[in-house]
Design a binder for this molecule. Structure first.
Ligand code: HEM
Length: 412
């Protein structure tokens, strides 16, 4: 699966800087000082071991994302896929125009803004039940108590999956993320297969008797007489389950850690929100997204020779877009890019990607972030660290395994 894409005889002098990117444990520590060096010393540079380029600045990540003709997704979107040739795309993320355009047209209606807005009451009810269990002054792991269950429950409601299936759903979504768990490969494979079978059966069932859920919506979606095939539908549902859980989870846990580690931010946001500035909440969610950047990076493959930054890229070369670095680029976020600033505005982060593949679930993730923040702010006057934060050793998902925090009572 992993073969160098092309033979470059002249490596950039700073290429060694990219070596840690191949080590999953690097991501469980503090990767940001290396990202800063990459941006400063080698903003477009090639990893000599696997032959992929690394783009660490906002400008190049944006340029790659807006040009799918030159930088395609069909040959893999993650480093472990380098060298892959797929007979059929394993996900919508692995498609390019015109197939990608067709998929987007078919699935986008399921995510249209009125539909997402209509989910707010349900999301709030789920969030309230979880937040009501937290007590002021009592340390809590916000990962297991809040960040894991909420997105899982919301996506289950969306898919029409009953509560009895939540534990299975959770294991499935964990199994498909590289590095999210230390489960044996065979177990992960078996769980993935089980998930696909379950979703295929659910799709077949909803085609026969549609309900008020997204599976039914997608099963019935039609463009010029064309529908998603069963295999495409299952592929898309897998994607929703995975993308809707892991990422949103880490936006919440990572964002709350940002508040806990940055004194004054929680109180200042409470004051802005109390001063009836609802936009303050939305702005804070954007900073939770930027500062955490739940998806560390995605990859593209050059379809032809091209120039990126000051480097000559050859057709066939994989190029990694380091969102986590681009989101701290001093050219865009100034000298405070490393700081968590819940009032940062404007905030042109790339946490949801950019261009044709821009995250379909962005509005849903933002809704969940806003609602959970609002419910927490209404009850608690402060949030502080109550122990070390444990991070996931994954090159794809900036995961928080546990984050002990303590919320303080709100004083009237
Ligand atoms: C904080 C939460 C989230 C983050 C940070 C996030 C991040 C991303 C990113 C970076 C991409 C771009 C992929 C690319 O360019 O190759 C993407 C695409 C996608 N996301 Fe999300 N996502 C989040 C939540 C969700 C949710 C809640 C859903 C669905 C329920 C979702 C579904 C998708 C899908 C289907 C795509 C593929 C779009 C395409 O290829 O056209 N995401 N997401």
């Amino acid at each position: 699966m992993t073969s160098p894409a092309s033979d470059h005889s002249t490596d950039h002098g700073a290429d060694d800087l990219t070596a840690p990117l191949l080590d999953p444990t690097f991501y469980a520590g503090d990767p940001f000082s290396l990202y800063a060096r990459l941006r400063a010393e080698a903003p477009v540079t090639r990893n000599p071991t696997l032959g992929f380029w690394v783009a660490s600045r906002h400008a190049e990540v944006t340029a790659i994302s807006r040009d799918p003709d030159t930088f395609c997704s069909g040959k893999g979107v993650m480093v472990f896929e380098i060298g892959s040739e797929y007979p059929t795309p394993p996900s919508i993320m692995h498609t390019d125009p015109p197939d990608h355009t067709r998929y987007r047209a078919l699935v986008q209606p399921g995510f249209r803004p009125p539909f997402i807005r209509g989910l707010e009451d349900g999301v709030r009810a789920r969030a309230r039940t979880l937040v009501d269990r937290l007590e002021p002054g009592v340390p809590v792991d916000v990962v297991s108590e809040l960040a894991v269950p909420l997105p899982l429950q919301v996506i289950s409601d969306l898919l029409g999956v009953p509560e009895s299936e939540w534990p299975r759903l959770f294991r499935w979504s964990e199994a498909v993320i590289p590095g999210a768990t230390d489960w044996p490969e065979e177990e992960r494979q078996a769980l993935s297969a089980e998930m696909v079978n379950y979703l295929l059966a659910a799709a077949a069932d909803r085609r026969l008797s549609p309900g008020d859920d997204i599976i039914s919506e997608l099963a019935a979606a039609e463009i010029e007489g064309e529908r998603l095939s069963d295999a495409e539908l299952a592929m898309f549902l897998v994607q929703l389950l995975v993308a809707g859980n892991e990422t949103t989870r880490n936006m919440m846990s990572g964002g709350l850690v940002g508040f806990a580690e940055t004194p004054g931010e929680w109180g200042a946001l409470r004051t802005r929100v109390a001063g009836s500035a609802p936009r303050a909440l939305a702005i804070a969610v954007e900073e939770m997204l930027r500062w955490t950047t739940p998806v560390v990076s995605f990859m593209r493959t050059a379809t032809r020779d091209t120039i990126l930054g000051d480097q000559q890229i050859s057709g066939g070369d994989p190029v990694l877009m380091l969102y986590a670095s681009a989101n701290r680029d001093e050219e865009v976020f100034g000298s405070t890019g490393e700081r968590f600033d819940a009032a940062r505005d404007p905030n042109p982060h790339l946490a949801f990607g950019f261009g044709a593949h821009f995250c379909i679930g962005a509005a849903l993730a933002r809704l969940e972030g806003r609602v959970v923040l609002e419910e927490l702010l209404a009850r608690f006057g402060s949030v502080e660290s109550a122990g070390p934060v444990m991070r996931t050793a994954s090159p794809v998902i900036a995961g928080v395994r546990s984050a002990p925090l303590v919320f303080g009572a709100a004083t009237p």
